[in-house]
Ligand binder design. Structure first.
Ligand code: PEP
Ligand code: MN
Length: 262
């Protein structure tokens, strides 16, 4: 992962563009896939606003086992339909190494969630798959821990790895997590891998998503992953931090302006 191996930076292909290239790429969509209609409608809305890829959880890592766990393979099928309609590639979380082959059939990018950043069996499995990976930083992991987790994937010759800063746990309770903006320039200096910022999980409140998205881009992030819901009040998970399509569209315009300015 060390930048000295690839001084010009690794570029990861995504929908005909390059994460780590000159353009800011944005992955957007709901926290969880809730229905066929929901994911298709949201995919159309985020595409219209300029998103590069569609996110959506089919298998959800919930704090409580009694919370909604995701629609599994049905959700993967609905996302594949949304991709057919919009052309947006699919980013979805894989929680279990046994599910890597199934999820590879449907998804373009395998997301490793914060809670699994050091699930080494899973990291080895996604490394072997040679599929593109979005590796999220653990909520109590250091930048060095994140880089060593990336090594588990890279050691299999899979270099299509994007790193994601998604906020860390601190003493602060006003926001869900604390955006570690420092980590963005630090990662850009230390590693050749592209860096994605997730202002949704980093803040936990939709009204802070746009300002932090802009901060992340100003700090040097190559892209963003943002939660968008048609009706956040009715979302089964993470509604509080989800932008509506209008808010997402406005964020995209301002992201473009900050990207041009830096
Ligand atoms: C998510 O992307 O919905 C998610 C669960 O993120 P994290 O793993 O960063 O908490
Ligand atoms: Mn979420």
């Amino acid at each position: 992962a060390n930048r000295s191996f690839q001084p010009d930076g690794t570029k990861v292909p995504l929908n005909g563009s390059m994460m780590g290239g000159n353009k800011i790429l944005v992955i957007a969509g709901p926290c969880a896939v809730e229905s066929r209609e929901q994911i298709i409608e949201t995919a159309c809305a985020v595409k219209e606003a300029g998103a590069t890829a569609l996110r959506g959880g089919a298998y959800k890592p919930r704090t409580s086992p009694y919370s909604f766990q995701g629609f599994g393979e049905d959700a993967l099928k609905w996302m594949a339909e949304a991709r057919e309609i919009t052309g947006l590639p699919i980013v979805t979380e894989v929680m279990d190494h046994n599910l890597v082959p199934l999820i590879c059939e449907y998804a373009d990018v395998l997301q490793i969630g914060a809670r699994n950043m050091q699930n080494f069996t899973l990291l080895n499995a996604v490394g072997e798959s040679q599929h593109t990976v979005l590796l999220k930083r653990g909520m109590s992991s250091t930048v060095q821990d994140l880089l060593m987790a990336a090594e588990y994937i890279l050691q299999h010759g899979n270099t299509r790895v994007m790193l994601c800063e998604r906020g860390i746990r601190t003493f602060e309770t006003e926001t869900r997590n604390t955006s570690d903006i420092n980590a963005i320039p630090a990662l850009k200096k230390l590693t050749h891998l592209p860096v994605v910022f997730d202002p949704s999980h980093a803040t936990g409140k939709w009204e802070y998503v746009e300002p932090l998205a802009l901060a992340g881009i100003a700090a040097g992030a190559d892209g963003l992953i943002v939660e968008v819901h048609m009706e956040p009040d009715k979302a089964v998970s993470d509604g509080r931090q989800s932008l509506k399509p209008d808010g997402f569209k406005q964020m995209m315009e301002r992201v473009r302006r900050v990207a041009e300015a830096v």
